[in-house]
Design a protein around this ligand. Structure first.
Ligand code: GDP
Ligand code: IMO
Ligand code: MG
Length: 424
């Protein structure tokens, strides 16, 4: 059965860890959207890996990893990551496949991402400055350069000359910065081309052949539902479809081939960057949970904003992704708390919302309606079976499942591979 795994909050839910655990039962792990803005952490033994573009299944020898057509690829980031993996004994040769339809992140995308953020006084999004937004904007505007274009140098040269002349007008006239020299960009990309070539295939044909052979495919979502450009807290979102639909358009594998959709949630909520966050903690709990949960960005190192579990947000994710089940991570981070809150609805201007308001200005004014649950106040990081969890932890999970009308299939009680409980 093919599985899509998505983030059901604002990203960093622990997708990397769950992907790593599920990879054992799969043949292919496929990234379908986003780029090196993602930071997926996998921990086992005394080793920790943070994956940005390479699918998190790569740490299981022999599994095939695919970067699908919906991903935006920065070759510098990609080969930096591949080299770092190789130094640590993880090889990708022969088992990494890159889509010829994926768009390339060019140097001007990264520059424009930074300059745009700098000029958004009071309206910053807090992007990762990896060039994601400008690259997807060019894809939609039909000004993009794809991996396949780079593979044919005549096409690449022609395309780069045309696009770069336009981008240089933006850099010089709008942002007052120096233009990029064609020769330098061309030469750099010729070098990336040589390295990339052995990995490039038509991933749409490749993946559909895997489907035909009944191989098991795991689609690795990046970011999270609330960062989805259509279903998230727009404009405080990323520029791709991080929801389940993105796995379809971002790989060319049809929806009829998907067996299961799993959403990953933290037992609380975090978000990096700007934008509304109704259940955000006050300073004291913020400090406590940020420290205990080590809530610092895996890509940018920025401190993550933390808050209570927001069932309105996750109900929205259940709905727009059609989640079959939920994986709850970082339950252990709540171990010491005497009381744990869940937001079940919002209150705004005398009105109660049990769904996510689509207007971000309304969402900014929403106040959560909480219910309180007694904590378990014991260390659960060594628990291996559901039935051995403290009774209050089981009650908390049962309540989440009931509010979300969705079963919980996995519980994570630590960052380590082995700290994972499968619920039957
Ligand atoms: P992703 O972007 O969704 O893959 O999540 P990140 O890797 O950015 O952030 C999740 C962080 O939580 C990483 O540092 C993980 O190692 C860690 N983590 C994952 N699951 C658990 C868990 O159950 N308990 C604890 N304490 N840490 C976890
Ligand atoms: P993973 O896959 C958390 C956030 C940024 C910013 C907004 C737009 O590790 O869960 P972008 O650079 O994408 O244009 O930034 O999206 N963001 C993430 N937040 N986890 C991520 O990825 C994120 N990727 C982007 O902080 O608010
Ligand atoms: Mg992350």
């Amino acid at each position: 059965m093919n599985t899509i795994l998505i983030g059901a909050q604002w990203g960093d839910e622990g997708k990397g860890k769950i992907i790593d655990v599920l990879t054992e039962k799969c043949d292919y792990v496929v990234r379908y959207q986003g780029g090196a803005n993602a930071g997926h952490t996998v921990q086992f033994g005394d080793q920790e890996f943070v994956l940005h573009l390479v699918p998190s299944g790569v740490l299981h020898a022999g599994k095939r990893c695919v970067i699908g057509n919906g991903v935006v690829i920065d070759p510098e980031a990609l080969f930096g990551e591949i080299d770092a993996l190789k130094k640590r004994g993880v090889r990708v040769d022969g088992r990494l496949f890159i889509s010829e339809q994926a768009h390339l992140i060019m140097p001007y995308h990264k520059l424009i991402d930074s300059f745009q953020e700098e000029s958004r006084h009071g309206r910053k999004i807090g992007t990762t400055k990896r060039g994601i937004g400008p690259c997807y904007a060019d894809k939609i505007a039909r000004l993009g350069i794809r991996v396949g274009d780079l593979m044919d140098l005549r096409i690449f040269e022609d395309r780069l000359r045309y696009v770069l002349s336009e981008k240089n007008r933006v850099l010089t006239r709008i942002y007052g910065r120096p233009a990029l020299a064609f020769g330098k960009v061309y030469k750099d990309f010729c070098a990336w081309r040589r390295r990339m070539k052995p990995f490039v295939v038509d991933t749409i044909v490749f993946l559909n052949e895997a489907v035909r052979q009944k191989k098991k495919i795991l689609f690795e979502g990046a970011q999270g539902t609330l960062l989805d450009v259509d279903h998230g807290t727009y404009p405080y979102v990323t520029s791709s479809n991080a929801t389940a639909g993105g796995a379809i358009t971002g790989t060319g594998v049809a929806p009829t081939h998907i067996g299961e959709i799993v959403g990953v949630v933290k037992a609380y909520t975090t978000r990096v960057g700007e934008g509304p966050f109704p259940t955000e903690f006050g300073p004291e709990l913020m400090e406590k949970i940020r420290t205990k949960g080590e809530e610092f960005g895996a890509t940018t190192g920025r401190p993550r904003r933390c808050g209570w579990f927001d069932a309105v947000v996750v109900r929205h994710a259940v709905c727009v992704n059609g989640l079959n089940s939920i994986a709850v991570t970082k339950l252990d981070v709540l171990d010491e708390l005497p009381v744990i809150k869940i937001a079940t609805a919002y209150r705004c201007g005398g009105k109660i919302y049990d769904h996510l308001p689509s207007n971000v200005r309304v969402l900014e004014k929403c106040r959560p309606v909480y219910e309180d649950h007694p904590g378990w106040q014991e260390d659960i990081t060594g628990v291996k079976r559901y039935r051995d969890l403290p009774s209050n932890a089981k009650k908390y999970l049962a309540r989440l499942s009931r509010i979300l009308k969705t079963p919980i299939s996995i519980i994570s009680v630590g960052a380590e591979r082995t700290q994972t409980i499968f619920v039957r």
